[in-house]
Design a protein around this ligand. Structure first.
Ligand code: ASP
Ligand code: MG
Length: 411
């Protein structure tokens, strides 16, 4: 007998019929003797609808009232799910974040969980009930309703699983797991049996949208085994867990992630003197622009070209900032390109394998794809390339690292 925290996302509770299907699923787990705590999102589209209503009322909606409003989406689904459960003979009780007491800080619309009281949940579980908790919401020490940011129900699920020391946190969604890459780009992409928290974090930060990044961080920190599964199709999903030292044959690369939302800026002919990087990036960060990759190299004439990438939405703003920077530094000029994309290979196996980066570069060279920037971490190599080669690059890398479905014997 295990204790599962199961989170069902918006599409999984998107209609009366789907909520009934979730109830049946939960009943199945109860019949096997497991304890179940369910966390639900709002019905799909509901949170967007509420946000639009708020914006009709006030261009910059009051954050406290915004939270009071958007938290209602989840309150609807907890009650409906409990009704569906009771109808099929499963005792259940719904709780809002405030009722459980999911205590958060005071940052409306992006609050962070500080503590979760588990007494009420435990008491219900002991009495044989299923407990259904509203995701995405909490309460601050003054009793104000808070919300955790878009996609925050994942974090509620993980945090509850950590607080209850659940055996597993299961995230039910509309895909049946985490894939080696986006199946819309590579037909042979396949579901991963297992992936580490670190890898999942890289994949999520690089654009794989299966899980909220904060939820993965939380799960990693508290070592909550996390499983992504489909609520529509049976199957084992993907287990996200700590690195397993026993696995003898670890894949070098677990997945290929990519991101189209980048733009590149270069300040050319910068004097090669101390303080230059901070004089370029200082004004950028003061303009609230986040920088991703940075490359600098020195030329024979003792000047340097300084290149960095930003989110594509910040491209124009960053160009404006750099015009001023060029003047102040006595640099030659600044140039930019927003038709770029970032492609990354991710895998904990690269820690113990040499030559992973060069294999990546070989595969790209074989397709005649020019690499504009490179950055590496312990478990990731990222390159910036022209956006028009993105699909080609992802496919080439997927097969170069033997990730295609037909390449494997297992699964
Ligand atoms: N309903 C919220 C949202 O759409 C929270 C969630 O679904 O995780 O962001
Ligand atoms: Mg979601």
């Amino acid at each position: 007998m295990a204790l599962y925290v199961q989170k069902y996302g918006g599409t999984s509770v998107g209609s009366v019929e789907r909520i009934q299907a979730v109830a049946e699923k939960v009943k199945g787990f109860r019949q096997q003797g497991h304890d179940v705590v369910v966390v639900v999102s709002a019905m799909s589209g509901e949170t967007n609808r509420l946000i639009a209503l708020a914006q009709d009322m006030q261009t910059q909606p009051d954050p406290r009232e915004m939270d009071a409003l958007v938290s209602t989406g989840e309150q609807v689904t907890i009650a409906l799910l409990c009704m569906a459960l009771k109808k099929i003979g499963v005792d259940a009780r719904s709780y809002t974040g405030a009722q459980v007491r999911v205590l958060t800080d005071k940052y409306h619309t992006k609050a962070r969980i500080q503590d979760i009281e588990t007494e009420r949940v435990r008491t219900d579980l002991d009495q044989g009930r299923v407990v259904v908790v509203a995701g995405f919401q909490g309460v601050d020490t003054d009793g104000n309703i808070t919300t955790l940011g878009r996609g925050g129900s994942d974090t509620t699920g993980v945090a509850l699983a950590a607080a209850l020391k659940a055996d597993e946190c299961q995230i039910y969604t509309d895909v049946d797991g985490v894939y080696t890459t986006d199946p819309r780009v590579v037909e042979g992409a396949r579901r991963l049996e297992k992936i580490t928290f670190e890898e999942m974090l890289e994949m999520a930060s690089l654009g794989s949208k299966v899980l909220q990044i904060r939820a993965v961080e939380f799960a990693g920190k508290y070592k909550v085994p996390l499983r992504v599964l489909s609520s529509f199709k049976d199957g084992p999903g993907t287990l996200i867990t700590i690195e397993d030292d026993e696995a003898v044959e670890k894949p070098v690369i677990s997945g290929i992630a990519f991101n189209r939302d980048e733009a590149k800026l270069t300040v050319m002919g910068v004097p090669d003197i101390p303080g230059v990087a901070s004089r370029i990036l200082g004004p950028i960060s003061r303009a609230n622009i986040e920088v991703d990759m940075i490359v600098q190299n020195i030329a024979a004439d003792h000047t340097t070209d300084f290149t960095f990438t930003v989110h594509r939405n910040d491209y124009d703003k960053a160009q404006g900032v750099l015009q001023q920077v060029v003047k102040e530094l006595g640099a030659r000029e600044s140039v930019g390109n927003n038709k770029i994309a970032k492609v990354s290979i991710v895998g904990v196996g690269m820690r113990s394998h040499a030559g992973v980066a060069s294999k990546m570069f070989d595969a790209l060279a074989a397709e005649n794809i020019n690499i504009q920037m490179i950055s590496t971490s312990e478990i990731k190599v990222s390159v910036v390339i022209a956006e028009k080669y993105l699909e080609l690059a992802v496919r080439a890398l997927h097969s170069a690292f033997d990730l295609d479905a037909s390449d494997t014997v297992s699964e």
